[in-house]
Design a protein around this ligand. Sequence first.
Ligand SMILES: C[S@@+](CC[C@H](N)C(=O)[O-])C[C@H]1O[C@@H](n2cnc3c(N)ncnc32)[C@H](O)[C@@H]1O
Length: 405
Amino acid sequence: MQLDLFSHVAAAYADAKVCLDNETLYSEVSRRAGLSNDELNARTPIGEAGALRSVVKRKIRWHQQELKAMGVITRHERGIWGLTEKVTEDLDRAKSGVKLVAFSTDLGVAVWGACRDVFGGLEQQIALCVTSPPYPLRIPRAYGNPSESEYTDFICRSFEPIIKNLMPGASVCINLSNDIFLPGVPARSLYLERLTIALCDRFGLYKMDMIPWVNLSKPPAPIAWASKKRVQLNTGYEPVLWLTNDPHKVRSNNRRVLEEHSERHKALLARGGEQRTAEYGDGAYKLRPGSFGGMTEGRIPKNVLMRGHVCRDGAQYKEDAERLGLPSHGAAFPLAIPDFLIRFLSEPEDLVVDPFGGTIKVGMAAERLGRRWMVSEWILQYIRASAERFRIFPGYWLNPMMAAM
Ligand SMILES: C[S@@+](CC[C@H](N)C(=O)[O-])C[C@H]1O[C@@H](n2cnc3c(N)ncnc32)[C@H](O)[C@@H]1O
């Protein structure tokens, strides 16, 4: 068991790619080692004072220190350890100033490089930016995350070249996290509010909406405050901030995203609408015979996106990455999110961009919807694996330097 436990600790850090807090490490290791909760937490008197401690957790921390001594992991903050940079070098991040077309189609182009470098030289008018930037996570992802204190400046700096090129009435949609907590406190950070105000004040943008993307299949979180302390609820949504540079000319059109009428509404239409007279809300709403009887093309969606995480395009990406022996991406959104936003906020042939491309979902949705597209992504392996899904589209070209990977 000694040797097994060591390899389970090492594997837990390797799979997490960057950091793990100790609680997550314990549960990861016990899952891998097949230990029950009782076995993990069984307390035995330890030392002269005979304090009751979990022997297994102690052994796990011991192996953690062995990995530290071997230069495999390093401490990020109290109780949070992760792989050293030397070990995470399997992800190739574009150096400053490097921009290389990774692949393209007749409609779009995916560029390997940092977003400021890639979009800095663009001279075309952009109709829509849909993106999901790295969140200000305390435990960073493999591709790197800015801290909460640097977040507003990081986002503003990244978006500046894009906002400069927005056409009148263009939109910017940013998928963010609502689950950034003050350190050690079950209260949420106000970074979302600060960021929204900064984007509007610094760039003259307007807030059109903060649309919740509701995903009821999200894993339970925040563990510390919902599962353990029980003072918060489990998270079921992420906000999508929608901004525009000109609300009078905004290119959104809900006719492009109409939904089918419900069976109940279809039956009401078939009856010629309401048959009764009634008043609601102190007379604010009045029903008369014939109300809601006019045939319409469809139902205007509510401003809540109910979309699960499962996505065929995402599964295809994972398969491609595995076949090519490349690391997978751990933070993609389902294709349904950019698909809806692109249909709602842009017209065919418009230019749609994503500075934080990841698995190039925005490029894929734009391609399928006949929009032109341009995305940047600074991790070579993500962009290379993503290229495979675009082979079926007209004009596909893969940079031979990428093909050699
Ligand atoms: C949350 S992920 C985006 C996932 C994407 N929406 C998808 O569905 O696949 C953020 C991505 O931004 C990339 N990234 C972070 N900083 C970047 C930068 N300065 N320039 C370009 N890409 C960056 C990361 O490597 C990561 O793949």
